[in-house]
Design a protein around this ligand. Structure first.
Ligand code: ADP
Ligand code: MG
Length: 256
């Protein structure tokens, strides 16, 4: 059981919306364990790229592979089984349920998706409650939510809501994690602790991460490689230092 060369591979991906090219011939490879950032001005196509990778939208041309498996005809839940999990710019949580219950939903969700041998299925429904609870508590502890487990998810801070979504994504036991603006709307302190948390999760779990982020200091602090999207096309992709020195990137960011 050897590791595929690429955790993520996009080849010539094109996506149009009524004739408008949101993605134009986008090719990108991410190696296992790498943190790849996608940056670019508003409307560049970052969210469309994420939605294409997560098979939430069908692309018009090109192909996407996750850990060596083509995803074009897969539905999002089978991508979870492949090891893909994502968190959204605006956290998708259940505000009237507790933090514990939210994470439990994710734990039960992945149990339901496990291979369908009878034993596993039966195991899902009769799995001792305390084993499932232990996994909830572990995910909460890993993301710093252990003190707010009994709070309603709608009542916790913005930073904790983003951490909750991360905890829910981690329960899916991902190998590849898509993070859309993980520090959006956070205070400087929350941003700093989120960067530290993402670094720790990356080290502990050797996760491959695809990240979009407006805050370039976060991008430079986290990324192994940075790709720059502009008008649906990748105009640069390289090491953080190369991107920092790239004059075309600077021009795009100045709106020139
Ligand atoms: P970003 O995330 O980089 O801000 P998006 O991927 O959201 O950019 O959008 C890229 C372009 O595609 C924008 O011009 C946007 O208006 C357009 N677009 C995105 N989604 C849709 C859609 N569902 N229908 C029509 N146009 C869309
Ligand atoms: Mg976006």
């Amino acid at each position: 059981d050897h590791e595929p060369e690429y955790a993520l591979q996009l080849a010539g991906v094109t996506k149009t919306f009524s004739g408008f090219f949101a993605l134009k011939d986008v090719s990108l490879t991410v190696r296992p364990g790498e943190i790849q950032a996608i940056i670019g001005p508003n409307g560049a196509g970052k969210s469309t790229l994420f939605a294409s990778v997560a098979a939430e939208i069908a692309v018009d041309g090109g192909s996407v592979a996750i850990l060596g498996h083509a995803t074009s005809k897969k539905d999002p839940s089978s991508l979870v089984q492949l090891g893909l999990s994502r968190a959204f710019q605006v956290a998708r949580i259940y505000p009237s349920m507790t933090v514990f219950e939210n994470i439990m939903i994710a734990v039960l969700g992945i149990e339901r998706l496990r291979p369908t041998s009878l034993g596993r299925r039966v195991g899902t429904f009769f799995a001792p409650r305390r084993l499932l609870s232990a996994r909830v508590v572990q995910a909460a502890t890993e993301t710093g939510l252990e003190d707010v487990l009994s709070y309603r998810a709608g009542a916790i801070s913005h930073g904790d809501k983003k951490r909750l979504e991360l905890a829910m994504a981690l329960c899916m036991e991902p190998k590849v994690l898509l993070l859309d603006e993980p520090t959006a709307g956070m205070s400087p302190e929350e941003t700093e602790s989120t960067v530290a948390l993402l670094k720790k999760l990356h080290n502990d779990r050797r996760l491959t991460m695809l990240i979009t982020e407006h805050d370039l200091s976060v991008v430079y602090a986290l990324s192994d490689r940075i790709a720059v999207l502009n008008r649906g096309a990748i105009i640069a992709n390289g090491l953080p230092d190369e991107i920092r020195r790239n004059s075309e990137v600077a021009r795009v960011y100045m709106g020139g």
